[in-house]
Design a protein around this ligand. Structure first.
Ligand SMILES: Cc1ncc(COP(=O)(O)O)c(C=O)c1O
Length: 270
């Protein structure tokens, strides 16, 4: 795990250690997600006879993207069933955040054959300049990284570009290959949400529903709120991919408890 993410998500690290894991900080490069995957691959290639490589996102060489998609598929399948039984119809839109692409591909797959708009939300971080975001499908191009061919954010030498998002799970310079295909086919639309819009959504859901979402998931939520604010009628199913407990210390230290921040965002809009 990248040293930066270990600090940002300290409660997760405490839980992992309590459960018996040995967590090794990755201290090179940006010390975040991409470097952690680099280090895991490197360790695995040295110890492949005795080790098992696992990844929590739908990226990497075959069969990992398919395995992870299939493991996450039950979330989409159950959400589709529950939505239909509670409302009598399918949602008009299904929205999920996209880092490496696992929660979104699991959520979207059961809806692929339905007349439903599928929207993947990528992190715009501080803005559209290279290095300030991790919106791979929005700004990237074809490339190879971590043993798979997909869309990727590259620097002028064709190497993976530095990426940024306040959500540790979204700052990855590529995306699972199935997303690249569905993007090119036009079946999934990809939109962006910046750091502040995501934090606003996190505060709003916490205050209004008593649910504290992860910063990653808050990107999807922020997009749904943005659409709802346009006066759209119809229904949006949002995948809350994780709880925000892991992010609390970071959020409160950086953004406070909410009221001032919500006021600032209101002003930003008007
Ligand atoms: C709560 C949460 N949501 C979303 C993601 C993004 O990953 P993926 O795009 O693979 O779902 C992460 C990654 O760590 C996460 O922790």
């Amino acid at each position: 795990m990248g040293e930066v993410d270990i600090a940002k998500q300290a409660p997760n690290v405490t839980r992992m250690k309590l459960l018996g894991a040995r967590v090794i900080p990755v201290t090179f490069g940006l010390k975040t997600l991409k470097e952690a995957v680099d280090a895991a691959f490197e360790a695995y290639s040295r110890e492949y006879k005795d080790a098992i490589y696992c990844i929590g996102t739908a990226a990497g060489p075959h069969p990992f993207p398919l395995m992870v998609r299939d493991f996450q598929y039950c979330v989409g399948e159950e959400a589709r069933e529950q939505f239909k039984s509670q409302t009598g119809h399918l949602p008009d839109q299904v929205v999920a955040c996209v880092g490496g692409g696992s929660n979104s591909i699991g959520m979207f797959t059961p809806f692929l054959a339905d007349p439903v708009e599928l929207v993947g939300v990528e992190p715009l971080g501080h803005g559209p300049a290279l290095g300030d975001h991790a919106a791979t499908l929005t700004y990237g191009s074809e490339g190879v990284m971590h043993g798979f061919n997909s869309i990727m954010l590259s620097d002028e030498n064709g190497d993976p570009a530095p990426v940024y998002s306040n959500a540790s799970g979204l700052d990855y310079p590529s995306v699972g290959p199935e997303h690249a295909m569905l993007h090119d086919m036009g079946r999934i639309t990809y939109k962006t949400i910046d750091d502040e819009e995501a934090i606003e959504a996190l505060f709003l859901l916490s205050r209004h529903e008593g649910i504290i979402p992860a910063i990653e998931s808050s990107h999807a939520l922020a997009y749904a709120i943005k659409v709802a604010r346009t006066g759209m009628t119809g229904s949006i199913l949002v995948n809350l991919s994780g709880r925000g407990d892991k992010d609390l210390d970071f959020i409160v230290e950086k953004y406070g408890y909410g009221p001032d921040f919500l006021e600032k965002m209101e002003a930003r809009r008007s």
